[in-house]
Design a binder for this molecule. Structure first.
Ligand code: ADP
Ligand code: F6P
Length: 319
């Protein structure tokens, strides 16, 4: 293997830059050339590809976003787009590819691998919605960003004696809500994986109010089975407690990655290159406990990512 390409795809996540840095520098350290592919599969199709050296990944370890840019490419899903991508890999003499992204990006990489491209994927998404790995790159940063917001919102919640609904990201996965909710002492955590019992939540808010509790924090994952407006309306109607909504949105996707995300990204990036050089391809790299693991991509995609029930129950018990 003489030349490795790296791209970031799908929703960005803090730590992607540290992963790019690790892939590029590990490759160079091992005597292999590295190229960066811009804007995910879109840049691959268009041949938007540049040589990377030690200094092209200098000063990025602490930066959010991705220096390569990212995209969601519908064209890549078509036969024509896919064949163009394959052709570009040949033109640029890329012998191995590292894809950093979420489950969609992994599906694309699995197809490339099936077509004969030695590919490795790294889990880059804030959602932590991939069952084969305990944590994804960017999740820890997103949780800490949400936690910092919860602290500020709790202050104003106490001053006014209001219930505050804080909507966090997570289309199909309640992990950001659960981790930020437990760490932030939330009174209720609403996630896509669980049915919602509004009467139970309201009962708890009233019990809290009756014992003099001033702040009420409710964490709502964006994919949960109720909208923030509907939740606000029902809480106000059933408890008489004034309620406000804060949607955290894209602040969760940016910012300086935490040490934990940088370390994870660095370890996974290095392992991706090692696997390519060992000829062990078509693998998804992740972390299980303290171990860096790799598993066949399609198998990884099939592993369901359930909510941590014990953690959910603990959050409820402590609130
Ligand atoms: P994420 O990787 O964050 O889950 P997306 O689901 O948008 O984000 O996927 C990123 C890109 O991966 C898509 O825009 C598309 O180019 C590619 N992709 C997604 N699903 C597939 C698929 N089934 N086959 C081939 N490529 C796919
Ligand atoms: O997959 C990560 C994620 O941030 C989800 O939590 C969110 O629903 C989605 O991406 C938003 O995607 P977009 O960038 O297309 O608005």
């Amino acid at each position: 293997m003489k030349r490795i390409g790296v791209l970031t795809s799908g929703g960005d996540s803090p730590g992607m830059n540290a992963a790019i840095r690790s892939v590029v520098r590990t490759a160079i350290f091992k005597g292999v050339e590295a190229v960066g592919i811009k804007r995910g599969y879109e840049g691959l199709i268009n041949g938007d590809i540049k040589e990377m050296d030690m200094s092209s990944v200098g000063g990025i370890i602490h930066r959010g976003g991705t220096i390569l840019g990212t995209a969601r490419s519908e064209y890549f899903k078509t036969e024509e787009g896919f064949n163009k991508a394959l052709n570009m890999l040949k033109i640029f003499k890329i012998d191995g590819l590292v894809v950093i992204g979420g489950d969609g990006s992994m599906k694309g990489a699995a197809k490339l691998n099936q077509a004969g491209v030695p590919a490795i994927v790294l889990p880059g998404t804030i959602d932590n919605d991939l069952g084969y790995t305990d944590f994804t790159i960017g999740f820890d940063t997103a949780v800490n960003t949400a936690l910092s917001a919860i602290g500020k919102i709790r202050d104003t919640s106490s001053s006014h004696g209001r219930a505050m609904i804080i909507e966090v990201m997570g289309r199909n996965c309640g992990d950001i809500a659960l981790y930020a909710g437990l760490a932030g002492g939330a009174d209720a955590i609403l996630v896509p994986e669980r049915e919602i019992d509004i009467d139970f939540i309201c009962q708890r808010l009233v019990v809290g109010k009756n014992r003099g509790k001033l702040h009420n924090i409710i964490i709502l994952a964006e994919g949960a089975h109720i909208t923030s407006d509907e939740l606000t309306r029902q809480i106000a109607e059933k408890t008489g407690i004034e309620c406000r909504v804060s949607v955290l949105g894209y602040i969760q996707r940016g910012g300086t990655p935490t040490a934990s995300d940088i370390i994870l990204a660095s370890k996974l990036g290095c392992r991706a290159v090692e696997l390519l050089l060992e000829g062990k391809v078509g693998r998804a790299v992740g972390i299980k406990g303290y171990d860096i693991v790799d598993i066949e991509i399609n198998e990884a995609l099939q592993m369901k990512d359930g909510l941590d029930d014990a953690m959910f129950d603990l959050a409820l018990m402590l609130s």
